[in-house]
Ligand binder design. Structure first.
Ligand SMILES: NC(=O)c1ccc[n+]([C@@H]2O[C@H](COP(=O)([O-])OP(=O)(O)OC[C@H]3O[C@@H](n4cnc5c(N)ncnc54)[C@H](OP(=O)(O)O)[C@@H]3O)[C@@H](O)[C@H]2O)c1
Length: 333
């Protein structure tokens, strides 16, 4: 018997229940992982609320969560990738995030091929905090738009989990980073993590502020906010620049008339998804090796300002939804 957070229906944080579950012995190709740190991602909130992306209703009861770090307890037949005692982390077990849940548990079985061994320089908390968020930043930087010296990049919610990594990485690659943030405290955190300028976008018109800072506008916008930030962002971009919408913390972006992109200066739009990035051959291991190296060399700092006991996942969800968190939120079993 082990414990997990489960939901039996979609709803508010109150549907997250702390319950006993049975975890069977690992099947062929699987490893049983005893979790030591579990990340909270915004996608967990979308899964909990329901009605987001999912083409068909999700099967209940459901254990939320896509990523965790821990120790291999036992392995099923045919497993060669890991052995009991290995420190590991994973992001999802297969396919889209809403079909790949199950991390909010003291332990679970994971396909061994999805496990990444942790180097000594990476703590369990850091690993849990950086897989989804760091690999999302990796997908943007390595596949969609790579910032370069001379670029100015606008990053929305720059003090968010993904935002802080994007800001540091963009600065490391030589770009000047402008970050929008929801509070003065978050502005300070964003500036300590690579932002040259911050804009308090809840009380300031960020389009005017960006124009004032840049004149012609930015080369690219990295947007995890969605509905409230996407359309005005088109007015912040210089001709032939790009907007990368990777998230919807404020809601879905409305349908886009392509002619607008011509009118605003021949802009490009990309909407990457982590699951597609990770479905590419060997990307998981190559991209995590790059991330671990950037963290080990101190180029990327993984900020964990908030930890909660796993059984208090509902309080953690409330904190994230109230926009009071900055950086990663980690649940500890
Ligand atoms: N494409 C992918 O595969 C992928 C992968 C990972 C994450 N994501 C998405 O990326 C987004 C950011 O993820 P994250 O882990 O960085 O999130 P996070 O750390 O929880 O931060 C979300 C931030 O968004 C801002 N925000 C703006 N409007 C909001 C609203 N109405 N409600 C709540 N927050 C609002 C808040 O910052 P301020 O207070 O500063 O405004 C908030 O702190 C999420 O939508 C997530 O689902 C997508």
């Amino acid at each position: 018997m082990t414990k997990a957070i489960r939901i039996h229906r979609h709803g508010g944080p109150e549907v997250l229940q702390w319950e006993d579950i049975e975890v069977p012995p690992p099947a062929a190709g699987e490893a049983r992982v005893h979790h030591t740190a579990i990340a909270l991602n915004y996608s967990d909130i979308n899964v909990r609320r329901g009605g987001f992306y999912t083409p068909k209703p999700l099967q209940m009861p459901l254990i939320p969560g896509n990523e965790a770090a821990g120790v291999v307890e036992s392995v099923g037949s045919g497993v060669t990738e890991v052995k009991p005692g290995d420190r590991v982390a994973y992001v999802g077990v297969s396919g889209a995030f809403y079909n790949s849940t199950g991390a909010y548990a003291e332990s679970r079985n994971v396909p061994a091929a999805r496990l990444v061994k942790l180097p000594a320089a990476i703590s369990d908390l850091q690993a849990a905090a950086m897989m989804v968020k760091g690999l999302t930043a990796s997908a943007i930087v390595n596949r969609v738009y790579q910032p370069k010296p001379g670029d100015t990049i606008l990053i929305h919610a720059a003090a968010s989990g993904v935002g802080l990594i994007l800001a540091q990485w963009s600065k490391h690659l030589g770009a000047t980073v402008i970050g929008t943030v929801g509070s003065p405290d978050k502005a300070e955190i964003a500036r300590a993590n690579g932002c040259a300028h911050t804009i308090l976008y809840r009380g300031t018109n960020f389009v005017d502020a960006v124009k004032q800072l840049t004149g012609r506008g930015v080369h690219a916008v990295f947007d995890g906010v969605g509905k409230d930030a996407f359309m005005p962002s088109l007015d912040c971009i210089r001709p032939y620049g790009m907007i990368v919408n990777y998230g919807n913390a404020s809601g879905h972006v409305p349908p886009l008339d392509l002619i607008l992109l011509a009118q605003k200066g021949g802009l490009s739009v990309s909407r990457p998804a982590l699951s597609h990035y990770l479905s590419e051959n060997d990307t998981l291991h190559r991209a995590t090796a790059e991330l671990f190296d950037l963290v080990a060399r101190g180029i990327l700092q993984i900020t964990i300002n908030h930890t909660y006991a796993l059984k208090d996942a509902a309080s953690a969800h409330r904190a994230v939804e109230s926009r009071s968190t900055a950086g990663a939120v980690v649940l500890v079993p």
